[in-house]
Design a protein around this ligand. Structure first.
Ligand code: GLY
Length: 396
C-alpha cells in the first residue's frame, strides 16, 4: 500500500467540505433552472454543457445514451444533502422519463442499463418508495439479463448480440452495472440475476485483472465455447496500458460486488485495483487519463477517475475485513478528494456549469478532452456525500 498524505494546501477540513457541498448544490440548482427537463450532452464543451444533440429519431435534449442517469443522480443527491424539495421534484420528473424509456424500449441495447437505472428508478424506490419506478427498474434488469452469454458466463457490453465485432466482449465498467441485478434478486426473489452477477464478476477477476494488478479495459470471450480470448482497449492509451477510469471502475465495482456476493476473490481484486491506482498517482493525487503517465508527463488529467476512485475507496473501507487497510482507504480517499476540491473545481460560478473540471471522456477519439462530464460531476458529489455522511446508504 502506498501511503498518501494530502498534497500541500489540500487538507479536507470540515469547513472546506461544507463549502464544497454548498458550491456543488448551487451548480445543480442553476442547471435545473437552465435545462429544466431536458438533458445535456455527456461532457461540457469549453466548460459549458450544451443540450444533448438530436439524432437517430431523438429530439434535442432527449433521454438517450448512458450518461443521463448521472444528471438525475445529482438531483437525488442534492435533495438528500439539502432537504430542498425542488431537487426532489426535478429528480422525480427525470425518473418518470427513465420509466417511460424502458417501457418504450428506447436505446436499451447496452450493458449500461445498470448505470441508467440504479441512479434513477432504484434511487426513487429507495428514497421515495416509488413502486412504479421499482417495476421499471426490474424491467431494466430483465433487459440487461438478455445480454448474458452462455457458456462464457459474461454480460456483453456493447451493441447487437449478433455483431461479430462486439460479440463476447465485456469491459471493466460493467462491474458498475451489476448492482441493478443484485437489487432485482432482492426485489423479486429470483436468483437468476444474482447468479449472473456471481459468474460475470469472477470472469472479470480471472481475466480482466492482470498479474501486476493493473486492468485491461476490455476483454473478449468466444461466445460459443466460452473460451477466454484476449484483452484490449477502447479508450486507453494502448492494449497493454491501464486506462485510469477503467482502474477506478474496477476498484469501486469489485468492492460493491464483494459486498453483494461475499466472494473473497472480489475483495482481493478491489484491494489490488486500489493499490495499483494509488501507486500511479502524481504529486497532486489526481490521475492522468491513463496510468501509463506519471509526474512530468504532458498529458491531460482525468479528474472523473479521481472522483470514482474516492467513492470506491470509501466503499472498500466499509467492506474491508482488515482495519488497517480500511483506515488507509479512508485517508487515501480524503487526500484525493481534497485535491479535487482545491484544484479541479470552478473558482467562480460563471467559470463553468460543471461541478468538476478537467476530465477526459475518450482521448483516442478526441472526445471530451479536458472537460467536465456528467459522471465526473455525479461521482464528485457522491464523494462529497460519502465524506460528510459516513453512514450514507447509496443507490447502487
Ligand atoms: N463507461 C464509459 C466510460 O467510462 O467512459
Amino acid at each position: 500500500m502506498t501511503y498518501l498524505t494530502p498534497a500541500t494546501g489540500t487538507a479536507l477540513d470540515p469547513a472546506t467540505l461544507d463549502r464544497a457541498i454548498t458550491d456543488a448544490l448551487s451548480s445543480v440548482r442553476r442547471n435545473i433552472a437552465t435545462f429544466g427537463t431536458q438533458f445535456p450532452d455527456d461532457t461540457t464543451t469549453d466548460d459549458r454543457y450544451l443540450l444533448r444533440p438530436a439524432g437517430q429519431g431523438f429530439a434535442l435534449g432527449a433521454n438517450r445514451g448512458w450518461t443521463t442517469t448521472f444528471w438525475t443522480g445529482l438531483r437525488w443527491l442534492a435533495w438528500e444533502l439539502s432537504g430542498d424539495d425542488r431537487f426532489r421534484e426535478a429528480a422525480r420528473v427525470d425518473t418518470a422519463d427513465f420509466s417511460r424509456r424502458v417501457r418504450a424500449g428506447e436505446d436499451l441495447y447496452t450493458h449500461d442499463l445498470g448505470f441508467l437505472y440504479s441512479l434513477t428508478t432504484v434511487a426513487a424506490w429507495r428514497l421515495d418508495g416509488d413502486s412504479d419506478a421499482r417495476d421499471a427498474g426490474v424491467l431494466a434488469a430483465d433487459h440487461l439479463m438478455r445480454r448474458f452469454l452462455e457458456p462464457a458466463g459474461i454480460i456483453q457490453a456493447w451493441g447487437d448480440l449478433q455483431d461479430p465485432k462486439q460479440r463476447g466482449r465485456t469491459i471493466i465498467d460493467s462491474l458498475m452495472n451489476m448492482p441493478l441485478l443484485t437489487w432485482a434478486t432482492e426485489q423479486t426473489g429470483d436468483g437468476r440475476y444474482a447468479d449472473a452477477v456471481r459468474r460475470h464478476t469472477v470472469q472479470l477477476h480471472d481475466h480482466i485483472l492482470r498479474d501486476d494488478d493493473s486492468t485491461f479495459h476490455t476483454f473478449y470471450w468466444n461466445a460459443e465455447t466460452g473460451e477466454a480470448l484476449r484483452g484490449g482497449t477502447e479508450q486507453g492509451a494502448g492494449d497493454e496500458s491501464c486506462w485510469a477510469r477503467g482502474q477506478a471502475w474496477g476498484l469501486y465495482g469489485f468492492a460493491m460486488n464483494f459486498r453483494a456476493t461475499g466472494d473473497p476473490r472480489l475483495l482481493d481484486a478491489a484491494r489490488r485495483c486500489a493499490d495499483y491506482f494509488v501507486s500511479r498517482l502524481p504529486a497532486d493525487r489526481v490521475p492522468f487519463w491513463d496510468l501509463v503517465f506519471t509526474d512530468g508527463a504532458d498529458a491531460p488529467r482525468d479528474s472523473s477517475s479521481g472522483a470514482i476512485a474516492v467513492c470506491g475507496l470509501f466503499t472498500l473501507a466499509e467492506v474491508e475485513t482488515d482495519p488497517e487497510r480500511a483506515a488507509w482507504a479512508v485517508d487515501t480517499a480524503r487526500a484525493i478528494l481534497g485535491s479535487l476540491i482545491a484544484n479541479y473545481t470552478p473558482e467562480h460560478p460563471e467559470d463553468s456549469d460543471a461541478l468538476l473540471l478537467h476530465g477526459v471522456y475518450d482521448l483516442p477519439k478526441s472526445v471530451g478532452v479536458d472537460e467536465g462530464s456528467l459522471w465526473g460531476d455525479y461521482f464528485y458529489l457522491e464523494a462529497l456525500t460519502r465524506a460528510s455522511r459516513p453512514n450514507w446508504r447509496g443507490y447502487w
